[in-house]
Design a protein around this ligand. Structure first.
Ligand code: HSE
Length: 304
């Protein structure tokens, strides 16, 4: 039977996790987008946005991470007709919690099921990453892979993604009330073209320890591996009081703390995420901030 409509849920994610720029990602529990899709006879993709700050997100398909994915998927078909998609945002957009990536991952899974496509994992990740390319100007796959597959992911060349279950530990993501136009694009433009060897070696060390910690199911070593000498120094300036916020998290008992994806959110990992969140909000000072207490999830995008 041909599926005419369906709905999927796709979790939020944190990319980079400190040392793994564009490589590491983790899916988050309790925060996600829902993508409902329906096959229609009118050609093209019509996007309807609902939910959290939905008015901030363009509905023109090429400018919407989910819409762009669905357009790319539809272009693989020879049959006429189009798709209406409704995206219910549960993830604040433009804050570094993988909001565009979750919608793109949701659209990719929904498209495959709705249009009857058969794609190997690598092609599915590539399809979802086209959504990031549409909104961020780069087809990075760390957020989309975490949202698609759940758990802890490592992105390799050519969208070759490895996935591992992640051990349970408290996470807090603190979202300051600061806004940037085209945030991810801007955050990427802040980065240098070359990297100092000493900093690269330090990041490789922490990234290796983090991957080992996940494989060894050691959440404490995972948290203590959140250290980044390559990207964080260049992006810290886009986050008010970043260094104080990080210090507050570490003094409150965090194992590690860094920028969540492209920022401006800051995440910390520890046993008492609510306490960490309180300390971090205080350290943001005059900038209002909101804390999301969460945990990693091993579940990725699924039909609901
Ligand atoms: N790896 C990407 C970046 C994630 O840091 O630019 C963006 O959410």
């Amino acid at each position: 039977m041909t599926i005419k409509q369906l709905k999927v849920y796709s979790p939020a994610s944190i990319a980079n996790l400190g040392p793994g720029f564009d490589v590491f990602g983790v899916a988050l529990d309790g925060l996600g987008d829902k993508v409902s899709v329906k096959r229609v006879s009118e050609p093209g993709v019509r996007v309807i946005m609902k939910g959290y700050e939905a008015d901030q997100i363009p509905v023109k398909a090429q400018l919407n991470s989910a819409g762009a994915v669905m357009e790319a998927a539809l272009s693989r078909l020879s049959e006429p007709g189009g798709v209406v998609m409704e995206i219910e945002k549960g993830i604040p957009p433009g804050k570094g919690m993988g909001s565009s990536g979750a919608s793109a991952a949701g659209a990719a899974v929904a498209a495959v099921k709705l249009l009857g496509l058969t794609l190997p994992q690598r092609e599915l990740v590539k399809l979802a990453a086209q959504g990031e390319a549409a909104v961020a100007g780069s087809a990075h796959a760390d957020n989309v892979s975490a949202s698609l597959l759940g758990g802890f992911i490592l992105v390799g060349d050519g969208y070759d993604v490895m996935r591992m279950d992640i051990p349970d530990i408290g996470f807090v993501v603190v979202v300051p009330d600061v806004r940037y136009e085209n945030k991810t694009k801007m955050a990427r433009e802040l980065l240098p073209k070359t990297v100092n060897l000493k900093d690269a070696v330090r990041n490789i060390g922490y990234a290796s320890r983090m991957a080992a910690a996940v494989a060894m199911k050691d959440p404490v070593m995972f948290g203590r591996s959140i250290c980044d000498s390559v990207i964080e120094p260049y992006r810290a300036g886009m986050i008010p009081n970043f260094h104080l916020v990080k210090l507050a998290a570490l003094q409150a008992g965090a194992y590690g703390c860094s920028i969540s994806g492209g920022g401006p959110s800051v995440f910390a990992v520890g046993e008492e995420p609510a306490e960490l969140g309180k300390a971090m909000i205080e350290a943001f000072g005059d900038t209002p901030a909101e804390a999301y207490i969460t945990r990693p999830t091993n579940l990725g995008t699924r039909v609901v």
